[in-house]
Design a protein around this ligand. Structure first.
Ligand code: BTN
Length: 322
């Protein structure tokens, strides 16, 4: 169920609405409308207020809709325990990690994150109503050792969803960036609770740039893109997030049975760095070499003057070297 503020729902149609009209439609006084808008406006720069015309979100927004999302799931719906849609949260990953008694297959999607988390302690820019912020919890009774390579399998699922949506030319940059023509389109953040040997649960967090407001682009420290810039069409966020969820829900039981082995070849076909000169950065050193895909555990392989070295994503980051 979506908990989005009714005024935002009304303004999502992209038309101007006066305070009076909003009050009439929602059955509240003008002053109540104004009080709510006063609270919403500082956080919702997408709302325009024009004297004499009222309020509007230019071009409108497709707000999240549980029915539309479920319509994309097909046979994968059997794996979904619950779908929660929320207007605003600090981080969908944090929310799901801390929620008590969550069933495996619980998914949370937010319209906005106020403290979205990225890899390596970075933040993830998460404006209202524009992009995708999804977290899915999955339990692994066999322990965290069985999760090796999961983030690569998640990358393959997200790439498949984007392809089904109509985005061609998606690549994956180790360990888990979704890229298009060397620009970052999305990211994956796995966070776990539990044991190496005993049962554990993982929260799979996915952020996808769907239609990032240009005003926020200065906050992103690397080249990036969004689905809107690639396809030049008004994005259908519900369809896209539904496809992502579908691919994840289909992938997870298969991953539990066969592990990375069942996804490694697909990952290598999408590998943005394969045979490229790269620099691998750890706390202690920089290593230069040629990227050679991943091994059976999902470690990055780099040819350094004829010697093949392996790197774990927990320890290093990698970029193309020029
Ligand atoms: C990266 O740094 O590339 C990973 C970004 C992951 C962002 C997503 S958005 C949904 C989920 N909740 C978070 O706080 N982070 C992940």
């Amino acid at each position: 169920m979506s908990q989005v503020n009714p005024i935002l729902k009304l303004l999502a149609d992209g038309q101007f609405h006066s305070g009076e009209e909003i009050g009439e439609i929602l059955g509240v006084t003008r002053s109540a409308v104004w009080q709510t808008l006063k609270r919403l406006l500082p956080a919702h720069f997408e709302i325009q207020a024009v004297r004499g015309r009222g309020y509007c979100i230019p071009d409108g927004l497709e707000l999240l809709d549980g029915m539309m999302i479920r319509a994309e799931l097909g046979e994968a719906e059997a794996q979904l325990a619950q779908l929660e849609i929320i207007e605003s949260v600090d981080s969908t990953n944090r929310y799901v990690l801390n929620k008590p008694n969550v069933e495996s297959g619980f998914a949370l999607i937010a319209e906005q994150q106020t403290a979205g988390r990225g890899r390596l302690g970075r933040s993830w820019i998460s404006p209202f109503g524009r992009n995708i912020y999804l977290s899915l919890l999955w339990r692994f009774p066999e322990g965290s050792a069985s999760l090796t390579g999961l983030s690569l399998a998640v990358g393959v699922s997200v790439a498949r969803a984007l392809q089904l949506y109509g985005v061609k030319g998606i690549n994956l940059k180790w360990p888990n960036d979704i890229v298009y023509e060397s620009q970052k389109l999305g990211g994956i953040l796995l966070e776990l609770n539990g044991d190496v040997v005993g049962p554990c649960q993982v929260v799979i967090g996915i952020g996808l740039n769907v239609h990032m407001p240009a005003a926020l682009s200065t906050g992103i420290a690397q080249p990036w893109t969004d689905v809107y810039s690639i396809l030049r069409q008004q994005p259908q966020r519900n369809r896209l997030v539904g496809l992502v969820l579908r691919e994840l829900l289909l992938m997870l039981p298969r991953f539990q049975k066969f592990g990375l082995a069942s996804f490694r070849e697909s990952w290598q076909q999408l590998d943005a760095l394969y045979n490229q000169p790269v620099v691998v950065q750890s706390l202690q050193e920089q290593v230069f070499g040629i990227a050679k895909g991943v091994d059976e555990l999902g470690y990055l392989l780099v040819d350094t003057k004829g010697k093949l070295q392996r790197f774990s994503s927990a320890e290093v980051s990698v970029r193309k070297s020029i």
